[in-house]
Design a protein around this ligand. Structure first.
Ligand SMILES: Cc1cc2nc3c(=O)[nH]c(=O)nc-3n(C[C@H](O)[C@H](O)[C@H](O)COP(=O)(O)OP(=O)(O)OC[C@H]3O[C@@H](n4cnc5c(N)ncnc54)[C@H](O)[C@@H]3O)c2cc1C
Length: 509
């Protein structure tokens, strides 16, 4: 094969249209032909409303205006995730998209706080986090430019209607000359010699040829699995939840700038506030609860009347043995699935796209690029897995069969090391790759009562009075800034006021 110029994306869910939008933007004017095939009859998974801050960079790289995206997708701002009942029943903490305190010259801020707490007592670490405090008070404003200042060292994401997001990216892609074909792929033809995918046959008899295929066909993995039989690494022993019910309900109460994840006896429940409705779901493990009870758990705890029938979803946690195999790259649910506890799926789609663009073949498809791509994506998946598992094992809960199951579980070594380093002296082993930075780990470990025994000795260089004054000053400044910030709902309404959105991409669908 010569130069890779014909790209075929199979699937028109969030993964497919994100891929189409990014490739059509990055390769504009370079003579690529991009085709996307989707089947209305099969449809999309239809969930996935909470995101991570990185999506803002994805949108801005496409040149999309934030106000327009938010209005088009009924989005709200998201400062983090509130975890209820995870450490113990009755506990609650927020995992913020931001730092604690301020950057310190020698060590991290939380180390100063550990010493102060040990020697004189101190308020919660959360009280020094602008984003936790803003979330708790239901406030929002944009971070300032100087990240050494309180009120600037945080990020934010969105909670949005992902089907409207895919719709928006579809019109963006079509304007960038992506050819969309509606139809069902019924057969995949392989090159007898190389094993590469040569073409796809649609139900109506049409044949689609391409040089490279991006498999965004969802859990089916039509190309990566059904055609190439790449295999799946099953992580159910670590993350045993395998089903979910999802339902939309009328909004009630204040419009909160965060997602909520409440631990339950056999899984956990999400609550995602959008401008016009609330998304809800119960993720559970079928070994520990019946479908009927799982559904009852969800429906009996909705804050407002249901707007849709509950949708049941099945999944197996894990990832493909290879994300890129021959001339097929799997992005989205076809690449693997990790439960949505930390809203990581759309982020992993973004990672897949970024790495594909970076490693896109200049001539023939190259084994080195494939290996590099797979190594990077493996690391991303493995690290998300560890972070999710932390929520289930850093806990004192043993009130149900599921929580007792985690008590006896052998953990991945990478997670054990991370937890041990933290418990010894509050150290979070940093990663070169991987989405969650030390503040995220700190929030979950402290939030779930995993306290370090000691702290970084360099903190002892600071005279005690100076340390106490510094902490007091940061605490006061944080609270003053929060006091001045507007309420999230008012800020959002003002921000998207007057933004025009075409009727077919209108809010409220
Ligand atoms: C319970 C649950 C909750 C989730 N919550 C979140 C969240 O809060 N945040 C987050 O980031 N992610 C979340 N996710 C993940 C998120 O939903 C997905 O990552 C995202 O929607 C991408 O899905 P996809 O595009 O890969 O697959 P899909 O949406 O399933 O799309 C697959 C596409 O392939 C097409 N297709 C399949 N087979 C064929 C064929 N033979 N011929 C033609 N077309 C075909 C379909 O028509 C469709 O267009 C959640 C997932 C689940 C299960």
């Amino acid at each position: 094969m010569d130069q890779v110029k014909r790209i075929c994306i199979l699937g028109g869910g969030t993964a497919g249209w994100m891929t189409a939008a990014a490739l059509s933007n990055k390769f504009k004017g370079l003579g690529f032909e991009i085709t996307l095939i989707e089947s209305n009859e099969i449809g999309t998974v239809g969930v996935g409303e909470a995101t991570l801050p990185h999506i803002r960079f994805f949108n801005s790289a496409l040149g999309l205006d934030e106000k327009f995206v938010m209005k088009s997708t009924n989005a709200t701002f998201k400062l983090g995730i509130e975890f209820c009942d995870w450490g113990k029943i009755g506990d609650s903490y927020i995992h913020p998209f931001g730092d604690y305190g301020l950057p310190m010259p020698d060590t991290e801020f939380h180390q100063l706080w550990l010493r102060e707490k040990a020697e004189r007592g101190a308020p919660r670490l959360d009280e020094y986090s602008y984003s936790v405090m803003a979330a708790e008070k239901g406030k929002f404003h944009f971070p300032g430019d100087d990240t050494t200042q309180i009120g600037s060292n945080f990020g934010y994401a969105y909670q949005f209607d992902s089907s409207l997001y895919a719709k928006l990216l579809r019109s963006y892609s079509e304007n960038n000359h992506v050819r969309r074909i509606e139809g069902k792929v019924v057969e995949t033809h392989l090159n007898a010699e190389s094993g590469y995918v040569k073409s796809l046959s649609l139900e109506n008899g049409a044949q689609i040829e391409a040089d490279i295929f991006v498999d965004c066909s969802g859990f089916r993995g039509v190309l990566i699995e059904q055609a190439l039989e790449t295999g799946y690494e099953d992580w159910s022993r670590w993350l045993p939840c395998n089903r979910a019910y999802a339902v939309q309900s009328e909004s009630r109460g204040e419009l909160l700038p965060y997602t909520r994840a409440t631990a339950r006896k056999a899984g956990w429940q999400w609550r995602i506030p959008l401008q016009h409705r609330t998304g809800n779901g119960h993720v559970y493990c079928s070994d520990f609860i019946s479908d009927e009870d799982a559904l009852h758990q969800l429906m009996s705890t909705l804050e407002g009347p249901a707007l849709t029938d509950p949708k049941k979803l099945f999944f197996k946690t894990g990832r493909r043995n290879a994300f890129w195999s021959k001339n097929v790259v799997a992005i989205g649910l076809s690449a693997g699935f990790l439960e949505p506890l930390e809203s990581t799926s759309i982020h992993l789609i973004q990672e897949g796209i970024t790495n594909l663009v970076e490693l896109f073949p200049s001539g023939e498809i190259d084994e080195y690029d494939i290996r590099e791509y797979n190594d990077r994506m493996e690391l991303n998946f493995d690290r998300v897995r560890d972070f999710l598992l932390l929520h289930y094992v850093a806990t004192q809960r043993d009130d149900s069969e599921m929580w007792r199951y985690f008590r006896n579980l052998e953990l991945p070594e990478s997670l054990t090391e991370k937890m041990e380093a933290w418990q010894k002296r509050g150290y979070v082993i940093p990663y070169e790759h991987g989405v969650f930075l030390p503040p995220s780990w700190i929030s979950v470990m402290l939030g779930q009562n995993l306290e370090p025994k000691s702290f970084d000795q360099r903190v002892n260089k600071i005279p005690q009075e100076e340390l106490s004054n510094l902490l007091r000053s940061i605490h006061t400044q944080t609270h003053q800034k929060i006091h001045q910030a507007p309420a999230h709902a008012a800020f959002l309404a003002e921000y998207v006021k007057g933004v025009h959105v075409a009727q077919d991409n209108a809010a409220g669908s």
